[in-house]
Design a protein around this ligand. Structure first.
Ligand code: FMN
Length: 195
């Protein structure tokens, strides 16, 4: 797929049809993440893909708690859009019926990493965007979430899935789309070119 088509065509998808994703596809998506630019070539990331039914249910149970915790802030953020609140809550609690999610962690939590946290967080973000675009190019949809971190569920997820790694930074859901979301309008005035 053409890179422009992937960048402009990818959308956050919050409802999936539940069809499983092949392990080789999950691997290819993660490997594309590992090819991202990263600070000082530390490759400061660790990813855990969960597609096992039982383990996925454990994540969903944790996410259901996150959805409850996030309700007040969601209601405040989308005061005029109760539908958005309901849909987002539904999405977070069930992960939109996603057959797979990837949890993104910093590789380490040591003092060196603390000092360079900004660079390392950006490195993980670059890897996640590579994953989203690669998934899209394979017909697999996704959504990037930090809601679980806001709800402080990252501590529980880390304990369960990567106890010896660093902070959890994000989750991405992966699956075959059961919806066709429109691109949220990109606002004017968010860049300038000084030439
Ligand atoms: C760092 C980050 C955190 C996000 N967290 C959430 C989240 O917790 N829940 C959610 O439903 N979407 C989340 N999103 C998805 C955004 O809402 C979405 O990217 C944005 O609305 C633009 O829509 P698009 O991805 O379809 O272009 C997140 C995206 C990013 C990059």
């Amino acid at each position: 797929m053409d890179i422009k088509e992937a960048i402009y065509g990818r959308r956050s998808v919050r409802k999936y049809d539940g069809r499983p994703i092949k392990e080789e596809d999950i691997r290819e998506i993660i490997e594309a993440g590992l090819m991202a630019p990263n600070a000082s070539n530390y490759q400061p990331w660790y990813f855990v893909a969960v597609s096992n039914q039982e383990k996925l249910q454990e994540v969903k149970d944790i996410m259901a708690r996150a959805a409850e915790i996030l309700t007040p802030s969601l209601t405040a953020r989308f005061e005029k859009y109760p539908q958005v609140v309901a849909e987002t809550k539904q999405f977070i609690s069930m992960m939109g019926n996603a057959p797979c999610c990837i949890l993104a962690f910093l590789l380490k939590d040591d003092a060196d990493y603390e000092r360079k946290e900004t660079e390392f967080v950006q490195s993980v973000a670059a890897a996640l965007e590579n994953m989203l675009l690669t998934a899209y190019s394979k017909g697999i949809s996704s959504c990037w979430l930090t809601g679980p971190i806001e709800a402080e569920m990252d501590v529980i997820l880390r304990e369960k899935f990567a106890p010896d790694k660093g902070k959890m930074l994000a989750m991405i859901t992966l699956g075959y789309s059961d919806q066709k979301p429109k691109a949220p309008r990109r606002r004017e005035g968010r860049y300038e070119i000084i030439s």
